[in-house]
Structures are given as C-alpha cells and as structure tokens.
Ligand binder design. Structure first.
Ligand code: OGA
Ligand code: MN
Length: 224
C-alpha cells in the first residue's frame, strides 16, 4: 500500500502546509525536536507582529512558573511578560487555526493524541531570561508538545536571546536557536530541558503547548 494512502487526505486542507507539517513530524519522530527557520507562513507571522505592535502593554502580565496549584512569579526563574491568545483577534485566530491544522496532521501521522492547545505571546525585554526548565514533568502527562514561533525581524547573533535546547539533563551545550521571525521550534515537552538566554533588545515570541486530555469525569482540567 502507498504510504500516502495511510494518511487521511484532508489534514491540511485549510492551510496547504503539508510539506512543512511533514518535516516537523519526521524530525519529531527521528529526534524528538524540530527547528525550522523561515517556516511560518509569512502572512501569519506578519499578522502576529502587527497585532503585537497594536496591543496595549497592560495586557501583558509577568509570567508565572510551577504547576497549577503552586503557580507563582519567580523573578529568579523567568522575567518575561505574557499574554494568553484566546482567538479574539484576527491574528490570534489565524495562529490558532494554523496550530489546529498542525495538531490534526501530527495526530494522524504520529498518533500523539494531542487534544487541546494553549498559547501566549511572550515579551522578553533586554536582559530578560527564562532559566533552564522543562515544560512538563514526567508522569504529569499533560503538556506533550511545545512549540515556539519567533516574531523578531533582522535578529543577529549579537542580539543574543537564543533558545538553548538541551538534549538531556547532562547536556550543557545545547542547540541554540536564533529567535528570528518565521522560525518554528517544536519539541517533546517532557524530553528537553531548555532556556531563554538574555537578549540585548526586545524579543517577541508566540509559545504554545499541545496537551493530552487529562479531564476526568466531573472535573475538566483547566489550562495551566
Ligand atoms: C516557555 C519557553 C521559549 C522561547 O515559554 O516555556 O521556554 O524561546 N519559551 O520563548
Ligand atoms: Mn519552556
């Protein structure tokens, strides 16, 4: 049987991003992470950038760390500010639709069982950081796949602000990702410790997490 016949045809009907989704799927299968420069559809990156510029800075809150019941602000761990994306803006809607297409594709291709998606804008001012961390903890099994898309034009190595993605707890070198507009990074949330290094200028990203359905009867699991 042809491999393509195994895959439902309509995964990417709405965006036509099949080759990108396939590249991400293959990377996840082979390495557990994927780094794709100049990959995000330009119209979505531009819409998100434009939207960011118009947003009231008051909409951004200092980011919190920790699990649901123990969430707190910890300026030693992370200093960025975030704004959750709920799809009320056109740009936010475009992004969520794209993320949903990727979710359908990965579920068809890798059987990850991705159920829901949550995401936020993040603003790191010059000097801000997010120390080495995991996005999910083994056994918690809620956040399965992390994704980040960068929104910074003309970013150079001197600007810093890389995402350092470490292969395991012992890795101190990591793979460094320049947060240049259009770059997409995806990785398995439980597998890769990572950190955001300080930048010398404002750094903007959209970060999201695909989660399993961890709701139980009578108790719907809320987003973190
Ligand atoms: C996060 C995170 C990475 C980035 O928000 O959990 O690790 O490059 N972000 O913005
Ligand atoms: Mn993270």
């Amino acid at each position: 049987m042809l491999v393509s016949a195994l895959r439902p045809k309509d995964h990417t009907r709405d965006t036509g991003d099949e080759s990108l989704f396939e590249a991400i799927a293959t990377d996840l299968l082979e390495k557990g992470y994927s780094i794709c420069p100049s990959a995000m559809p330009a119209n979505i990156t531009e819409a998100l950038e434009d939207h960011l510029q118009q947003m009231d800075p008051d909409l951004f809150d200092p980011a919190a760390v920790g699990r649901l019941n123990e969430r707190s602000r910890n300026r030693f761990v992370r200093t960025d500010a975030i704004c959750w994306i709920n799809g009320e803006s056109h740009a936010g809607r475009q992004w969520l639709d794209w993320a949903a297409s990727l979710q359908r594709y990965l579920n068809g291709r890798l059987f990850l069982g991705l159920f829901s998606f949550e995401s936020h804008f993040a603003h790191y001012a010059a000097g801000d950081f997010y120390k080495r961390h995991y996005d999910a903890f083994r056994g918690d099994a809620n956040r399965v796949l992390s994704i980040a898309v960068y929104l910074n034009r003309h970013w150079t190595v001197e600007d810093g602000g890389e995402l350092a993605l470490y292969m395991d707890d012992d890795d101190t070198t990591g793979v460094k990702v320049t947060p240049l507009a259009g770059t997409i990074v995806a990785f398995l949330s439980e597998e890769f410790p990572h950190e955001v290094l300080p930048a010398s200028r404002d750094r903007y990203s959209v970060t999201g997490w695909y989660r399993l359905n961890t709701s139980h009867a009578g108790r719907v699991d809320p987003p973190a």
